[in-house]
Design a binder for this molecule. Structure first.
Ligand code: HEM
Length: 243
């Protein structure tokens, strides 16, 4: 008798499906929600960029030696995905000197997480997956921010939210296909997943006094989560069929 072994789920399917609850909590968190609803004032937006720069710079720097040593990763984790230069261009647009910002507690916690996993290329890849994947939703966030703050349609000031413009979707699918093609052991795949989970937790808890575990967050939010809304369009501000 032959038994059929179900085909393994592609890693990126797992990263998306098993993180949907955290994604929905993240998109409802104070910062992202204020951005997409057009309720973030300019000074808050600029301060947000400055904090993102500190975290992004730490991740770019942590990834760099791994990419130099691993052509299999460098083949799809590309220099254009290092997000710090886009943030610096945005800060420059507002005449803000990037070095002036000091880290908020949530920023320090994220940077410490990166440092704690500096030797683990696959955990860092999970962190990177989330900041890059977030550009899918941030394209919609960028539209709201441009409208509410009167920023140019040509993208100055919102490059970080929307670095790839119309190429976003194709670039994201290429990145995901390459990640799915990596021959990873179960343990290695788990480390990528752990990185994605950590990235969501840090994004959610960024403005909170203390970091929280997934269990704590689910205990508080689970009852209000909506899988159908997630599958149809994520936030109410992202119409179905446009993502
Ligand atoms: C207002 C806030 C947000 C909205 C409206 C939003 C919306 C979206 C949309 C429409 C997609 C595309 C889904 C698809 O192609 O199937 C997406 C993907 C994604 N978003 Fe968000 N998002 C938001 C906030 C965030 C935040 C704060 C994070 C992370 C911290 C994040 C991480 C991701 C990731 C990793 C993906 C790729 C999903 C995957 O395929 O694994 N998003 N988001």
């Amino acid at each position: 008798m032959t038994t059929t072994i179900p085909a393994a789920r592609p890693l990126t399917t797992r990263l998306k499906d098993d993180n949907w609850k955290l994604h929905q909590i993240a998109e409802r968190a104070e910062g992202p929600a204020a951005l997409i609803k057009g309720r973030m004032p300019l000074d808050g937006y600029v301060a947000h960029l400055a904090q993102q720069r500190l975290m992004s710079r730490a991740l770019d720097a942590a990834l760099r030696p791994h990419l130099a040593a691993r052509p299999d990763l460098a083949a799809f984790v590309l220099p254009e995905q290092m997000l710090t230069p886009y943030i610096e261009a945005d800060l420059n647009h507002f005449g803000v000197r990037p070095d002036d910002a000091s880290p908020e507690p949530g920023t320090t916690r994220s940077i410490n997480e990166i440092a704690a996993h500096a030797g683990d290329a696959l955990f860092l890849l999970g962190l990177h997956y989330v900041r890059l994947g977030a550009c899918n939703g941030n394209r919609f966030v960028a539209r709201s921010v441009r409208k509410s703050l009167g920023l140019p349609e040509t993208g100055e000031g919102t490059r970080y939210l929307d670095p790839f413009g119309d190429a976003q979707r194709d670039k994201w699918y290429a990145f995901k296909a390459a990640l799915d093609a990596l021959p990873l052991t179960e343990d290695e795949a788990d480390r990528v997943f752990a990185g994605t989970e950590a990235a969501y937790l840090h994004a959610i808890c960024h403005g909170l006094d203390r970091h929280q575990t997934k269990d704590e967050l689910l205990a508080r939010h689970e009852a209000s989560l909506d899988k159908q809304a997630f599958e149809q369009g994520h936030s109410v501000h992202v119409p179905a069929g446009t993502h």
